[in-house]
Design a protein around this ligand. Structure first.
Ligand SMILES: NC(=O)c1ccc[n+]([C@@H]2O[C@H](COP(=O)([O-])OP(=O)(O)OC[C@H]3O[C@@H](n4cnc5c(N)ncnc54)[C@H](OP(=O)(O)O)[C@@H]3O)[C@@H](O)[C@H]2O)c1
Length: 222
């Protein structure tokens, strides 16, 4: 089996399992205590990974913000972007930390202040992408969303820990459900989405006015 870095997935959900507003705009789910914890997590990982749609909708800097956690370390920012759709003026290209964009092999796009690597045909092959990062000396990756990348990582069992912060809010019905589990056109058999990804609960923490649940894959023997 090819080696990959340790992978922790982290996200914030509403009580009804939403990651964002129905129009994809960011939803303030995390309390200040959770934000501090997430910035500590960032500082303790070699890289932070997000999908291109999170870059498009949230434009995150993915830096360790001093207001939340004092650290000199900014992990490498990794964007999963098969077709090179990331806006060139996105904050991840501000040169404040190293950035790697992982595209499909056919993609010819280049980005400012970023290294482009290619893994997979048509769509980024996440297993290959993680193996590449390991070869580059990256030992730990924090996956911060969005729902499609999280789903693909969970479905392919490419993770060691899955932390979910549940904030005290319910979004209710909306035209688009933005829960973890949206495959986003994953090419695997459509029936896959009805097969549960089984998890084992490792930890429960009350954080501010919400709760954090930490899981590992059910079949984790490590
Ligand atoms: N609450 C939270 O913790 C949190 C965290 C982050 C984001 N968000 C929210 O999540 C939303 C964005 O999430 P999203 O699910 O729409 O998108 P996403 O996961 O950020 O990005 C998905 C895109 O990544 C690309 N991709 C490439 N290879 C992939 C693969 N193997 N598997 C899956 N995707 C792959 C696909 O585009 P290509 O085919 O073009 O490559 C896909 O459309 C935003 O509304 C944001 O506000 C919430």
């Amino acid at each position: 089996m090819m080696e990959r870095p340790r992978v922790m997935v982290n996200c914030a959900l509403t009580v009804d399992g939403r990651l964002a507003n129905p129009d994809f705009s960011p939803l303030e789910i995390s309390c200040i205590e959770d934000k501090k914890y997430v910035h500590m997590l960032r500082a303790s990982h070699d890289a932070i990974m997000v999908g291109v749609d999170t870059v498009i909708h949230d434009d995150p800097s993915l830096l360790v913000k001093k207001e939340y956690f004092k650290s000199d370390k900014n992990p490498i920012r990794v964007i999963i972007d098969s077709k090179g759709r990331s806006p060139k003026n996105a904050r991840v290209f501000d040169g404040m930390a190293q950035t790697i964009v992982i595209t499909a092999e056919e993609c010819k796009e280049e980005f400012p202040n970023a290294t482009v690597i290619r893994a997979g045909r048509g769509r980024v092959d996440l297993a290959k992408a993680l193996q590449f990062l390991k070869k580059e000396g990256i030992s730990s990756v924090l996956v911060e969303g969005g729902g499609k990348i999280i789903y693909s990582i969970l479905r392919a069992q490419l993770f060691d820990r899955f932390r979910v912060y549940i904030g005290p809010m319910v979004l209710g019905a909306g035209p688009t459900i933005r829960a973890v589990g949206d495959s986003g056109g994953e090419s695997s058999a459509s029936t896959d989405k009805y097969i549960p990804i089984r998890l084992r609960l490792c930890d429960v923490q009350r954080i501010g006015n919400g709760v954090a649940l930490v899981f590992e894959p059910e079949n984790n023997n490590g």
